[in-house]
Structure formats: C-alpha cells, structure tokens
Design a protein around this ligand. Sequence first.
Ligand code: DC
Length: 232
Amino acid sequence: MGNRTKKLTIAIDGHSSCGKSTVAKDLAKVLGYTYIDSGAMYRSVTLFCMVNDLIEGDYVNEEKLKTSIQDFTVHFTFDAANQRYITWMNHQEVEDKIRTLAVSNNVSAVSKIGFVREKLVKLQQEMGKNGGIVMDGRDIGTVVFPNAELKIFMTASAQVRAQRRFDEIKAAGLEVSFQEVLDNIEKRDYMDANREISPLRKADDAVILDNSYLTKKEQLDKLIELVNQRNK
Ligand code: DC
C-alpha cells in the first residue's frame, strides 16, 4: 500500500449525513491515525447550551454563552471492545445525547457563532498539530488545516442522505418521519452553506467524492489510493 512514512493531515469536508464520519473512521483505522469528529464538538457545545438553558428556538443567549463556554471541555476516547468513539463533554459521556434530532435542530444556530468557532478551531488545530490525523467537518480543509496534504469534499444527493439517516434512526428504534429527516438535512445544508463565518465550501485543492452510488468499500479504496499518491 505504498510507503507511509509521512504522517499526513487529512481533511474531509462535506454535506450533512453523507457518510463522512464512517469513511473517515475507516481510513484512520487503516492508517493508524487519530480520528476527530469536529461535528461532535459543535454538537457538544449545542448540548451544553441546551442543558444550561442558553437556547430557545433559534435564539442563543450569546452573552451568557461567551462567559460559560470558558468552562466547556470536550474530548474523545475510543472504546476498543465496541469499536466506537465516545464523545465526552465536561467529563460526561454524551455520545448518544449529541446525536438526537433535538441537538441536530439546534446545532446550526450554535455553530454560526464566531466565538464558538474560534474556540473549537483552536482546539482542533491543537489536536492535529503533530499530523497523523483524519478530521471531518465543514471547514477543515478551508479554515482548520488549510495546509492539509489531502482534502476531500464529500457529497451525495439530499434524498439519498435522508434515506440513509432515516434508516439509521429507525434502526435505533426511534420514531421519525422521512419528511422530518429530509427537512432537517435541507435546512442544515442551507445554513451550513450560507452562514457568514466559515460557510461550507469546497477548498480549491479538495478532491470531490460523490458517494450517492458508491459502497463503503469503494469510497475507502478511493481514499487509500489518494493517500498513496500523496505518499509517493
Ligand atoms: O457533521 P455533523 O452533521 O455531525 O455536524 C453537526 C453540525 O455542526 C452541522 O450541522 C454543521 C456544524 N459543523 C460545523 O459548522 N463545522 C464543522 N467543522 C463541523 C460541523
């Protein structure tokens, strides 16, 4: 698989629910790299706002958040027995709580706040300072690691993404309608692409990966091929 002496920085950006984290985790595993889910960090700040009553509808109490965010911490562990990553907010396990539709519905309002992004971008840069990292999100190749050796921009049609997400939520035994899931994805696409600070956009040097009709294995193989090219 080529000579992997360099510890690359790999940025995977793209739309909501297009399978970025699945392929990013698989790639990190194959390469023996650290995987960081930056979306989980924005979700954790959102949960932090919800439990501290700092959010109501689309309104976030930025003044209070600005002070209380100083007490916010987030870190990740890997549960090898169950092969899953776990997100910790202020030393409490929040992996399931940050994946609920309630958090998904509030996360855009929180992730558009400048000082929230500043804080999380700093943490992300610190986590990746030694390379050997795969990070997924929206602004990783454009803002967090503009010098990443490999940048991927992933996408798939909104219908395909909503169907995948709907199947996952159903499989977890939760009640939701397909339309609700599709509406959430379309709303987040709009807000991600149209927010003032660090909107979702493809970095000029990113490789587009449309996975509407690709299997997980085909996506991973494509990424490994790109990593090997960077390592030549
Ligand atoms: O990847 P995800 O769907 O779990 O991300 C949750 C939200 O966080 C998403 O709606 C946009 C936001 N986000 C962001 O603004 N910047 C990132 N780097 C990652 C996520």
